[in-house]
Design a protein around this ligand. Structure first.
Ligand code: PMP
Length: 456
């Protein structure tokens, strides 16, 4: 029988079948809701990616708090997915919940700023170093707006992304590198414009390719995460960020750092921890404790250039907007989150526990002699199915094996542990307990033992 990353294919199939049956048998209420949903929601979910968990039918949430949640059948789970970073500081953190309660009957949205906006701006300056800030509703939007600013101030058409990137629903970033050329990401729906005329794509950690792509002087911005996290984790090699900054400066290209996931690194994200100097900066997901919100920031120089461009056009519509952005409700939550949740003290709790988690998983893998790696970026850890960590997006794509991920995730889920569905990502929040970490590590160990023993 075939071996899949050290696991027999027949054992994998047997374990998957058994775990699918176990999931279904234990969750009659979720099954009932899933059936009712199919009559009114397209494919039975309010957002189509909710089908990507690979469960026989969607798991319906009842309530979540801190590091855990309960499903509608009464099962409790330790949550290491944490809303794929939206709840990175725990579900319904008390200061945010209190701010929401306090604001709830004092007006939610009015197209007017509140005093909270100033507090938010100061807290963002303090955490990330950039002087000027704007608020959007999703990280996708914030990236879109920041890229528009980059094009406006440079007068250049193109952007550059690294292969394997994800920055949200931002058209120009939906490109991949294939045989040295930019192509559309597979699976795109309704894509009318040819995105390869707007974007260049090179491998992460490849400064020569980056320089070749910037040399023509038509790239407005490089948009990147400090480390790739959406194709598994790909860490920057020593000198990569210094080179990226030097080359972007040399060729007049702005650097847009998207911290939406790498905010796991430490207080102030990877940017503050490693002293990056972005021209534009984006953070979404956990910025308002789980409410839809995002921010983008810019340097004083970009602000000056942007004002000059705006002064030169004759009013009109900027192409940036969304009516409910920066509303009173969201700003209250964001202020509470920045003041009392996303703090150095929170990271001081998260980081040691994440280290234990990564060490624990490394031990489980090593003890069984599997050719797998684990990488950690602060509170975020990810294991993958290659003997050594990938250095770029192409290598990282080979570290992911859907059938194997599916089996592991389902086994964990059936035993009260949730990890991120799309790869093998775990996040630790300030409320995560060491028992939760031990449970994850031990359960992964028994899963692998069963797979190695035959899986039936
Ligand atoms: N940037 C990064 C780095 C992300 O990982 C994501 C989402 N996974 C986004 C932006 C987009 O966030 P949203 O879906 O909330 O717009």
């Amino acid at each position: 029988t075939e071996l899949i990353a050290g696991i027999r294919a027949d054992a994998l199939a047997a374990l998957t079948a058994r775990e699918r049956a176990r999931f279904a048998a234990g969750r009659p209420r979720s099954r009932e809701l899933a059936e009712a949903a199919r009559a009114v929601l397209l494919d039975g979910v309010p957002m189509h990616w909710m089908l990507d968990w690979g469960t026989p039918f969607p798991l319906f949430l009842e309530a979540a708090r801190g590091a855990g949640f309960t499903d509608v059948d009464g099962h409790h789970y330790a949550d290491f997915c944490l809303g794929d970073t939206g709840a990175m500081f725990g579900h319904s953190p008390e200061p945010v919940a209190a701010a929401i309660r306090a604001r709830a009957d004092r007006g939610l949205t009015a197209m007017l700023p509140t005093a909270d906006a100033i507090a938010v701006g100061r807290l963002l300056q303090e955490a990330f170093g950039l002087p000027y800030w704007q608020v959007a509703t999703t990280a996708s939007d914030a990236n879109r707006f920041a890229l528009r600013v980059a094009r406006a101030v440079t007068g250049r058409p193109r952007i550059l992304v690294f292969n394997g990137c994800y920055h949200g629903a931002v058209d120009e970033t939906f490109v991949r590198l294939r045989d040295g050329r930019a192509v559309h990401r597979p699976g795109l729906l309704g894509q009318a414009a040819d995105l390869t005329t707007l974007a260049r794509v090179v491998e992460f950690n490849d400064l020569d390719a980056l320089e070749a792509a910037l040399r023509d002087g038509d790239v407005a911005a490089v948009i990147t995460e400090p480390a790739l996290t959406n194709i598994g984790i790909v860490l920057p090699e020593p000198g990569f960020h210094a080179g990226l900054r030097a080359l972007t400066r040399r060729y007049g290209t702005l650097l847009l750092i998207d911290e939406t996931h790498t905010i796991s690194t430490g207080y102030g994200g990877y940017t503050r921890t490693h002293g990056l100097e972005p021209d534009l900066f984006v953070l979404g997901k956990p910025i308002a404790g789980g409410l839809p919100a995002a921010v983008w920031g810019c340097s004083a120089e970009v602000a000056t250039r942007l004002r000059a461009v705006r002064a030169s056009v004759d009013g009109g519509h900027s192409g940036m907007g969304t009516t409910l952005s920066a509303n009173a409700f969201t700003l209250a939550a964001m202020r509470a989150n920045l003041e009392a949740v996303m703090t150095p003290a929170a990271y001081a709790r998260m980081l040691p526990l994440a280290t234990r988690l990564a060490d624990g998983i490394a031990g489980v893998i090593r003890a069984r002699g599997l050719p797998w790696f684990i990488t950690r970026l602060g509170a975020r850890a990810e294991f993958g199915f290659l003997p050594t960590p990938p250095r770029n997006g192409t290598e990282a794509a080979h570290a992911s094996i859907h059938a194997l991920e599916h089996a592991l995730h389902l086994y964990l889920l059936n035993r009260g542990v949730l990890i991120t569905p799309f790869h093998n990502m775990t996040l630790v929040c300030p409320d995560t307990r060491s028992e939760d970490v031990e449970r994850l590590v031990a359960t992964l160990g028994t899963c692998l033992d069963e797979l190695l023993a035959g899986g039936g």
